[in-house]
Write a protein that binds this ligand. Sequence first.
Ligand SMILES: [Zn+2]
Length: 245
Amino acid sequence: MDNLLSILLAVFLLVGIPAGKPASTGSSTPLSPSPASGVDYDNFDPIQELPPASHLPYRDLSVLKGRTIVVDAGHGGDNPGARGASGATEANNVLAIARFLQAELEKVGARVIMTRTGDEAPLGGRVDQLAARTLIANRSRADVFVSIHNDSNPDPNKSGPTTYYYGSESLARAIQGELVTALGAPDNGVMRRGFYVLKHTRMPAVLVEAGFITNPYDDLRLRHPVYQRRVAQGIVRGLARYFGG
Ligand SMILES: [Zn+2]
């Protein structure tokens, strides 16, 4: 499926953007959400639309002190996840976001448990990847489980974050709201889905799709360290909101 998406996206880029020019005129399917008007793909700055950090609404991050958070970077090892047109992989993008999330959480006194810290399967691949993630979470007695992914869609116009939950809608709403604010991104809302890691973890759990790697602009955003760090900051602010901050 990931390969098919890559091929579809490659075909779209070749056909829709001849000679690297944007399909802004004469095309029935212009890419959107395009960046600030008049900026084409070749000149796109992945972080130009980020709201200034100093303009974000106040959140009391001290409520995170002493909380235990499982940070689950999806994929890894022989499972790279989806691949963007830029060549970036979901596994690498989400690991970078997870590391920023770990740093931001530890800065405010939270205890972080990472399901993986390198390009590897959790628990060294000794058990199924999804089972390993829930095993780590459930034996940690964590307060919250946050899984991080990049979304894929055959429609390259789909963009922005989505937060999935199974039993923890309030956690999902808090994170999605803060993420959209922190990124200045389109809001795809929260959705209830029976994903394995959401169904089999015993604590409130969410799966954050930080954006669509199949959208050419999101692809460039999701691989950019400044954007990755802002995703992490949005999640931290969402967690703070959930805990009453
Ligand atoms: Zn994924």
